[in-house]
Structures are given as C-alpha cells and as structure tokens.
Design a protein around this ligand. Structure first.
Ligand SMILES: C[S@@+](CC[C@H](N)C(=O)[O-])C[C@H]1O[C@@H](n2cnc3c(N)ncnc32)[C@H](O)[C@@H]1O
Length: 353
C-alpha cells in the first residue's frame, strides 16, 4: 500500500507539519494563501471582497493556526537555512496580511473603471499603513466617486475645455490634495491629458509610487502624470518650484479636501494662485456631505473662493450618492451612504444667483 503521508496534500488542503512537507509544497501553499488586493467598488464592501477571495475550504482560524505553527517550528527537515528563512518570511507576511488594516504593512487595491464610455481599465493604488493624521495615505470614497464621473464633464460643465482644437483645451490639469492619486490618475486616463498630482511633501513618495505603478495604463490611454509637492499655504520649501509661476492651470480638480477649519481658506488661496486668470478656467471640487461639519466647511470654501481678488463662483453643482468610509477603518461595514457634492467654479458670474 502507498504511504500517503509522503504525498503532498491535495491542492486545497493545508499540509500538516508532522508530514514534513517539502520546501516546494510549503512555499506553494503559503503563496496560495496570499490575500489578494481587494477590489472595492460602490456595491461591494471590502469585507465582502476579502471573504470572496479567502482561500476556499479553510476558515480564517485554521489558516492563522497553520501560519503560527510554521513560524514557531524550527523546520528541521528542510535542506538549508535559506529555505527555512524563506518559509518563515512568507508565513509572517501571510499572518500580517490577516491582521487589522493598520498592522498590514501596506495594501494595494485595484480600482475598476467600467462602462464609462471609453473602454474599461483599472488602476492599482498602494495605501501604506495609516500613521498619525496622514489622511493622504488612504483612498477616500469621493475620489472614486468623482473619478467615475469624469467622462460626463467633458460633454457637460467642462465641455468648453475639451472641444477638439479649442485654444483653451487643458494641456495640463492640476490636482490638489491628491492623496494616493486615484482621481488624478483616472483623469489622465479618461481625459487623455497631462495631470500634475500634488499633496504635502510627506505624501508625495507614495503618490509617486502609485504614478509609476500605473504608468503603462496611463500612457496606453494617451495620458501623462507628474507628481510634485504643493502645500496649500506652505512656504517655498513645501512647494515645488514648478508652481512658483502662478495662474498657469486651466483646470484644477480636488476631492475631499476639507477636514480642518483652516482648510477652506488655505485651499481657496492655493486655487486662486494656480488657476489661470481667464474666464474659461475651471475648478472641479467634490466634498462628501458627511455631517454638519463637512457641510459647514463647504460653505466656508464657497465664501473663501468668492472672496479671492478675482472671485471664483459656483457655476454648476450637484449631489451624487456614494459610499464613504470615513469611520473606523478596521470595520468595513462602517461604510456609509453619503451624498457627494460636486461643484464647478469659474472666474465668471454665478448662474445660481
Ligand atoms: C481626506 S484626504 C483626500 C485625499 C484624496 N483626494 C482622496 O479623495 O482620496 C485630504 C488630502 O488633502 C491633503 N492636504 C491636507 N492639508 C493639505 C495642505 N495644506 N496642502 C496640501 N495638501 C493637503 C492631505 O494630505 C490629503 O491627501
């Protein structure tokens, strides 16, 4: 009779260490347990996606117990220290992927853009562990909500900037407070234009990483992206020299920029400094209507924009429904339906008054 203990376990089973599984079997199983970057869209929560992607027959406790057994074992039957190190390292990675989001080290999520009128594509966005108040290391709901609407603006409120051959067609779009870069990267893909992604200097390295991660898809769709530091209200050290020449951009985009009392004034000044002075120039802003505080901050932003030397007034606006995960980041079910307000501002007369 065949000694079944020497055979590798079936594909979907975890090997028992008493069976002394070979290096190849251990490594193959560990790689299979990798938690793939979940795809989050408006209809599926991250929890649900993670569940769907979980390795089929095994529940989480069984996997965690398997991983911890490997980490604790001396793996004496393996051939070399290099093999042991490799197995321990893989097991530790799988373990940390199963810890809370903050302990995860980092995650990369793939964001699908489907049925938006010009062929499907997706963007991979890395989110490092959340530290302190670095909100720019996470991708917020409104950047995806606005990114999915971008194609509609070229025939709507921004149509005059996208007419073929129009003198004012935006050669370059500026994004403020890009965070992880989802909106700006999507703009480069959808609008097939050059987009400069900006944020605080501390956020820029991850932003640059995400720009290079998606370079192929951006290039393939006729776009271009650049990344640079631009701190609203910052000194020269916090603002890349490329922004020292003012009023250059025909179009500025911003998603979810307001969470401190001083943000409306700082952002309004940064917009006024960077936006071209001609009457065709536009700013597209999205602000989630989470609560009275965010509504108040948006009111303040409107006032601050109108107070600029060349006043910026809201010309079009609307609210779209979407999902926001501002709450406890450890609990996906905290995702809440909110109205995402968007507005288009220009240096003209308001049609609302
Ligand atoms: C809530 S996050 C939104 C990020 C991104 N737009 C999104 O929707 O995923 C706000 C962003 O504004 C940036 N920010 C805050 N204060 C800033 C300032 N003074 N200058 C530049 N960026 C700032 C943060 O670093 C962060 O990336």
């Amino acid at each position: 009779m065949k000694d079944t203990t020497l055979l590798p376990p079936p594909e979907d089973e975890l090997p028992h260490l008493w069976q002394k599984p070979t290096y190849e079997v251990l490594l193959a199983r560990l790689k299979k347990l990798r938690v793939e970057p979940p795809v989050w869209n408006l209809h599926v929560s991250r929890t649900q996606i993670l569940k769907e992607q979980a390795v089929t027959a095994h529940d989480r406790r069984e996997i965690v117990s398997f991983l911890s057994t490997i980490i604790k074992s001396g793996l004496p039957w393996l051939d070399s220290d290099d093999e042991r190190e490799m197995v321990w390292e893989e097991a530790s990675k799988r373990m940390s992927e199963r810890c809370g989001r903050t302990a995860m080290g980092e995650i990369t999520r793939r964001w699908p853009f489907e049925n938006h009128g010009d062929g499907d594509f997706s963007l991979a966005i890395r989110e490092p562990p959340l530290t302190g108040d670095s909100l720019g290391l996470k991708t917020w709901g409104s950047s995806y909500a606005l990114a999915r609407l971008l194609h509609e603006f070229t025939t709507g409120p921004l149509a005059h900037l996208f007419l073929p051959g129009a003198l004012a067609a935006p050669q370059e779009v500026l994004e403020l407070g890009s965070g992880t870069g989802l909106l700006g990267l999507a703009a480069a893909c959808v609008w097939k234009t050059s987009v400069v992604l900006t944020d605080l200097p501390v956020i820029v390295p991850n932003l640059a990483h995400n720009a290079s991660l998606n370079q192929e898809v951006v290039d393939g769709r006729g776009g271009k992206v650049e990344v640079a530091a631009l701190t609203w209200g910052g000194g020269k050290d916090d603002i890349d020299p490329m922004f020292w020449e003012l009023n250059r951009y025909e179009l500025i985009i911003v998603a979810d920029p307001l969470y401190d009392d001083d943000h409306p004034a700082l952002l309004a000044t940064a917009i006024d400094e960077q936006l071209a002075l001609n009457p065709d120039a536009r700013v597209l802003v999205m602000v989630p209507q989470r609560d009275e505080t965010t509504k108040g901050l948006l009111g303040n932003l409107r006032e601050e924009l109108a107070r600029q030397p060349s006043p910026l007034l809201c010309m079009n606006e609307n609210i779209v429904e979407g999902q926001d995960d501002w709450g406890d980041e450890h609990d996906d079910d905290e995702m809440q339906a909110v109205g995402f307000w968007w507005g288009v501002f220009g240096r003209g007369r308001s049609v609302l008054n």
